[in-house]
Design a protein around this ligand. Structure first.
Ligand SMILES: Cc1cc2nc3c(=O)[nH]c(=O)nc-3n(C[C@H](O)[C@H](O)[C@H](O)COP(=O)(O)OP(=O)(O)OC[C@H]3O[C@@H](n4cnc5c(N)ncnc54)[C@H](O)[C@@H]3O)c2cc1C
Length: 811
């Protein structure tokens, strides 16, 4: 065993084997895999090993398509063929129209990734799967490429190819300790000796936190017990000319696939159980948990009713094993927050289907710093400090119980709520606020018109539309107040802070005390990495002169890692997170100035405090940092207040209610208004798949700057011309909005993908933003958007149709 290598991958299940193989594919052959026992002896060996193409985002569909392509190629390798039932097909069932809408949307979204799902009715479901009854069934989603694979053979095939490319695989080699050296490389300790590695990868399945502890981190991953059984031969299957397709049932929470001439049926019971919360027996190897079919009796009945043939055959094997879950159901694949040269590929609950793709995207990140898709949906940094062991367990249970029930737009499930609150959360709740969740923070979504108001979740406009319209109207004509909890905020100090930021941003950075500016950060490929406001705070009661860096709520760990990785050893730069200590109150609307002037001393006129200014003030008795910035497109102020004084500031502002008709509003109204202004959201429009020119951010780029991160790559891209363009469209449709991911069509050709859509209440139009092919990006271009299976006419219009001169924010 060698003692020096580039990468040590820890764990030889599908996650580790796929990562190792793909590292070699990306050109790194000096890599090793260490497995404590035998390959696949964790969860992988007993997996039901279904391989599906379904995903709720294009990144998930794309990485699963990669798995399918790869597995097919491996299966057809004459030197080492493996068993893969490719393209048996699969059906996801539905018994509500809202679920069918979801499937129609996912079909539109997947088409943009070259994947053809089909939405079929109940009779067609039964025609394709002759064992099922159509009782209580409306239809389903057909995935033609679904299948299943032999998990052990798959891992052996990947390890074999990696070895052929120069990688080493060591079985019976547990990692017992990890030490990071001063140069950020790692010492990896095993009973066979110590290995010095540049990079380590945690691919340890349900033992993820044993290895996490070795590097001082806790990963938000919990294991659940999960069972399936195998039946005796079913005559109806034996006599069929084709294999039966896979089945996924969100009505009764089970799945099935063909196994020999019987069925494998797996369950997601409500009465479910976490596993290994108090530690895992070191001898739990190639092992299973005790059978417990009583626990699944609720869902078993549903499966029997759908497939009556099950009642006529015996069960010959039960498998109960640990399966890992995270806080939002998606795995954690990418850099480990707060660590250098450390990655993970963990929390895989569908690791056989997804593992090929996850290993592919991870290897790209390790070797190139970024993958071909934006990987935020699986980025380990998407949860911040709240992602503790208890929350993870609660969310794992909830997610398991809802395995096949996708989230509807605006749906936030109750487990683990409220997780992060401000002193105002109960106050706003008492005012009638309905909350959305942003990175664990409860944030006002809208104010309910009556205490018992509830939203009908779905993919079409509903009763919340009128509520939002009223909030927008109040902000447009009078003044509104909302709380923005959890906004990410770093304080950046030191002699070299300005120079450092100049290098990090691709455009001009605010330099003068009292000024605020918006800027963009690129990665080394010249693509968009981040978006932040930079505010130069003058010295005052809350501190000396300093710079505040403000960005999206979920970006705290991501941005901190990116910024700190770029501070040069000789630079005097200190970055401190204030994210949990301050909260923003936003005052917006033409009367915002009058309200502010009433509660805060000083001259707030547009001459003394113009748009993009920042100053200290007291709002009532609460110290505050006030910024003249607007995401709504109306005259607006962001009032940043320390949490301890937040209630005091709120009370002072709230007292203006009577005099100025101040009204509370929420994030739903803000989102509708920002679309009318052409303002972008990080990880919605601001993605690592596009550069700033493609994203329409030309005015935020200064190519004449001598240096900024990503400049060389951006120059090269500029020479090649754009591959896509972000455009705004008006859609001729009134009952639904364009969901992120929907396909933009020119005839039968997909020419783009929607990033956001919503009703623009102030201009009275249905709006969407989309990345489209450059040749269809011109203003006036007529296109169509596939919205829930129907193509609606859409026309490209200039971005930001509301108040394009920005007169209102400057007023
Ligand atoms: C009953 C059941 C059915 C399933 N059905 C499906 C399905 O149909 N389709 C699907 O896609 N997924 C399915 N899954 C999930 C899937 O099996 C897992 O997502 C996948 O196997 C996880 O692979 P992994 O590599 O992450 O973890 P594992 O397979 O657990 O591999 C982790 C490896 O790390 C090793 N390791 C741990 N600690 C150390 C250490 N200190 N040093 C060295 N090595 C270490 C372990 O020995 C182990 O081999 C199912 C799971 C279960 C339980």
């Amino acid at each position: 065993m060698k003692t020096r290598t580039k990468v040590v991958v820890i764990g030889g299940g599908i996650a580790g084997c796929s990562t190792l193989y793909h590292l070699t594919q990306e050109g790194w052959s000096d890599v090793m895999l260490l497995e404590r026992d035998e390959l696949t002896s964790g969860t992988t060996w007993h997996s039901a090993a279904q391989v599906t193409n379904f995903g709720m985002t294009q990144t998930m569909v794309g990485l699963k398509s990669h798995s399918i392509r790869l597995y097919k190629e491996l299966a057809e390798d004459p030197e080492y063929p493996i068993n893969y039932h490719h393209a048996d097909g699969g059906i996801r069932l539905a018994n509500t129209e809202a679920q069918m809408d979801g499937y129609r949307h996912f079909a539109s979204m997947a088409r943009g990734m070259g994947v053809d799902f089909e939405v079929i009715d109940a009779e067609e479901c039964a025609r394709r799967h002759p064992l099922i009854s159509t009782e209580n069934l409306i239809g389903g989603l057909w995935d033609p490429l679904d299948g299943d694979i032999d998990p052990a053979q798959l891992c052996q095939a990947l390890a074999r190819r990696a070895r052929q490319a120069g990688a080493e695989v060591h079985r019976h080699t547990p990692v017992t300790a990890l030490r990071q050296l001063n140069d950020d490389t790692w010492e990896v300790e095993t009973p066979k000796g110590t290995i010095h590695a540049d990079i380590v990868v945690n691919a340890c399945g349900y033992r993820v936190n044993e290895v996490g502890a070795m590097m001082g981190v806790h990963h938000p991953v919990a294991s659940m017990e999960h069972q399936y059984f195998l039946t005796e031969e079913i005559p109806a299957i034996r006599d069929l000319a084709h294999r039966v397709p896979l089945l996924r049932c969100p009505i009764s929470d089970y799945y099935s696939r063909q196994e020999k001439n019987g069925l494998l049926v797996g369950f997601y019971e409500q009465d479910c159980k976490t596993w290994g919360m108090d530690g895992i027996d070191p001898k739990f190897v190639n092992a299973l948990c005790p059978d417990d079919l009583d626990r699944v009796s609720d869902v078993l009945e549903g499966a029997f009713a759908r497939m009556p043939a099950l009642m006529e055959v015996g069960i010959h094997t039960v498998v109960n094993g640990p399966i890992t879950y995270t806080i939002d159901g998606a795995p954690l694949v990418g850099p480990i927050p707060g660590k250098r040269n450390a990655y993970c590929i963990i929390g895989l609950r569908a690791g056989l289907g997804e593992g090929g793709g996850h290993g592919w995207l991870l290897a790209q990140q390790i070797v190139h710093g970024e993958a071909c898709y934006d990987t935020w949906v699986i980025d380990p940094r998407r949860f911040t400090g709240h992602a503790n062991v208890e929350l993870t367990a609660l969310k794992a249970i909830e997610d398991y119980q809802n395995e096949f029930r996708f989230h509807f737009p605006h749906e936030h499930r109750p487990a683990g709520r409220p997780m992060k609150t401000t002193p105002l959360t109960p106050v706003l709740a008492a005012e009638g606020a309905e909350f959305t969740v942003v990175n664990g923070w409860e944030r006002v979504d809208y104010i309910k018109p009556t205490p018992d108001f509830t939203e009908t979740l779905g993919f079409r406009f509903n009763e919340v539309q009128a509520v939002v319209a009223e909030e927008v109207h109040a902000v447009q004509t009078g003044v509104g107040l909302t709380e923005v909890s959890g906004f990410n905020r770093f304080e950046i100090t030191g002699e070299d802070a300005q120079g450092f930021l100049d290098r990090m941003f691709c455009g001009a950075v605010a330099r003068r005390a009292g000024r605020v500016g918006l800027g963009y950060l690129l990665n080394h490929q010249g693509m968009l990495k981040g978006e932040a406001t930079v505010a130069h705070l003058p010295a005052g009661a809350t501190g000396a002169a300093r710079i505040w860096y403000g960005s999206a709520a979920a970006s705290e760990y991501h941005d901190m890692d990116w910024l700190t990785a770029h501070v040069r050893p000789e630079e005097d730069v200190e970055i401190r997170s204030l994210t949990n200590d301050w909260t923003i109150l936003v005052l917006a609307g033409p009367k915002a100035r009058a309200v502010l002037a009433e509660v805060a001393r000083g001259d707030w006129s547009s001459e003394a405090f113009p748009w993009l200014s920042v100053r200290e003030a007291f709002v009532g008795i609460a110290p505050a940092i006030v910024m003249a910035v607007s995401f709504s497109g109306e005259l607006a102020y962001e009032i940043h207040v320390p949490n301890a004084q937040l209630y005091a500031a709120y009370r002072a502002l709230r007292q203006a209610r009577e005099a100025h008709g101040l009204r509370l509003f929420g994030a739903r109204a803000v989102d509708a208004m920002r679309l009318e202004k052409g303002f972008l959201h990080w990880k919605t429009e601001i993605l690592t798949e596009f550069d700033p020119f493609e994203t329409g951010l030309d005015r935020f780029v200064r190519m004449e700057k001598p240096e900024f991160v990503g400049k060389a790559a951006l120059l090269a891209r500029q020479a090649e011309g754009p591959r896509k363009r972000l455009v705004t469209l008006v859609v001729d449709c009134a009952d639904r909005w364009a969901q992120p991911g929907s396909s933009v069509m020119l005839g039968e050709r997909v020419v783009g993908t929607v990033t956001s859509g919503d009703w623009g209440h102030r201009i009275g139009r249905n709006l969407a933003m989309a990345f489209v092919d450059p040749e269809v990006a011109a203003t006036g271009r007529a296109l169509e958007i596939d919205m829930l299976g129907t193509k609606y006419p859409a026309e490209v219009i200039p971005a930001g149709p509301y108040d394009p001169e920005f007169a209102r924010v400057r007023s």
